[in-house]
Design a protein around this ligand. Structure first.
Ligand SMILES: [Zn+2]
Ligand SMILES: [Zn+2]
Length: 364
């Protein structure tokens, strides 16, 4: 038996689709058959050369599949069995550093990943862009029967990313019941999920700011609960800032959730937040250049700013539980992914990069 994988050959180069032998799952691992595997903004940064990884390798970290080969006793120790649909989380915190020891393993300073294995050594198939994937059992999160695994795959990384940002704010003492007006900056997958999630927290007004390049994303944000979408392209940054700074009787908004990755968004976020406003910043995930800020705003407004980069297994479990608790969202989520075969990886990437898709996923 053979399985295909899309191999990353370096920044701005085409992927190569190669076939690999399918071997049995090594002890401590499960072998999964692909259901759906998303292309993340992070992967696009690798391809643009904004983040670096050594080629040739298989990138991707949003693999959702069905367990097809595993030692049943080993699987049972993790509450898993043959045939289970699972999300494969790639993060392996060290367990020993200061961050791990203080309950902050998503921010481990010696983080390893499960998708960094060599494509030249058995079992070959790591990463997300594969028809078969090998992942340690400790990194598999079971998807309950009531959730379609393809639905779970759609926000397999953006969902936990949003959960972790909120988790860090809560650890920092933020009480989300005090948040009445929130703004999501950017309507990529993290922003779209952010709209859904913030709305589910009972926040009265959830607004979104879009670049205005993709009307589909704006329509979707409204469908998923955004109270209004502001378009930077149509309305202009100044008008959007003025409208949002007028919230709360002219104090500004309670919370901003930065998901655009545009450095300039930080300036706007600081301008529209009220005194003691909460700024969640999970979205600046690449070196995209600097921007001039007015640091005194942080002081004078006494802002609460929370960066957030990775997530860990509790966040993935929270994401799955969220989907289980919100069946009314499943059909909406299902429609928003554009699906491609592994063979069509280069077309999938071109479309993901152009921004024409909302979420790009590889399927069998
Ligand atoms: Zn991701
Ligand atoms: Zn650690």
């Amino acid at each position: 038996m053979k399985a295909k994988a899309a191999v990353f050959m370096g920044p701005n180069k085409d992927f190569e689709v190669r076939e690999f032998p399918v071997v049995s799952a090594p002890s401590g691992y499960a072998r999964m058959d692909l259901i759906a595997s998303g292309i993340c903004g992070t992967d696009i940064h690798f391809h643009n050369g904004k983040l670096s990884v050594e080629p040739p390798t298989v990138i991707g970290h949003e693999f959702v599949g069905r367990i097809e080969d595993v030692n049943p006793d080993e699987a049972a120790a993790y509450g898993l069995k043959l045939g289970d649909a699972v999300i494969a989380d790639i993060a392996v915190p060290c367990g020993e550093c200061l961050l791990c020891r203080t309950g902050d393993d998503a921010n481990c300073v010696a983080m390893k990943v499960t998708n960094g294995g060599s494509i030249d050594e058995s079992p070959y198939l790591w990463g997300g862009y594969v028809e078969k994937n090998f992942t340690p059992l400790a990194n598999l999160i079971r998807i309950p029967e009531s959730v379609d695994p393809a639905v779970a795959a759609t926000f397999a990384c953006p969902g936990p990313t949003a959960f972790h940002a909120v988790r860090l704010a809560k650890r920092g003492g933020v009480d989300f019941s005090e948040v009445r007006v929130a703004v999501v900056q950017g309507l990529g997958p993290v922003g779209i999920f952010g709209v859904m999630y913030l709305k589910s927290l009972g926040i009265e007004k959830v607004y979104a700011i879009s670049s205005g390049k993709n009307a589909k994303r704006e329509a979707l944000a409204l469908e998923l609960g955004a109270d209004r979408v502001f378009s930077l392209a149509k309305e202009g940054e100044e008008a959007v800032t003025a409208a949002l700074a007028a919230e709360n009787g002219g104090l500004g908004v309670d919370l901003c959730f930065e998901a655009s990755g545009a450095p300039r968004a930080i300036v706007q976020g600081m301008d529209i937040l009220r005194n003691r406003g909460i700024y969640l910043v999970p979205g600046q995930y690449s070196a995209s250049g600097g921007v001039e800020i007015q640091p005194q705003i942080i002081t004078f407004k006494a802002l609460r700013i929370f960066g957030s980069s990775q997530y860990s297994i509790p966040d993935v479990k929270d994401y799955v539980a969220f989907l289980e608790a919100h069946p009314e969202l499943h059909s909406k989520i299902e429609k928003l992914a554009n699906k491609y075969r592994i063979d069509d990886i280069n077309a999938a990437f071109a479309d993901a990069k152009s921004g024409s898709n909302i979420k790009t996923m590889l399927v069998k």
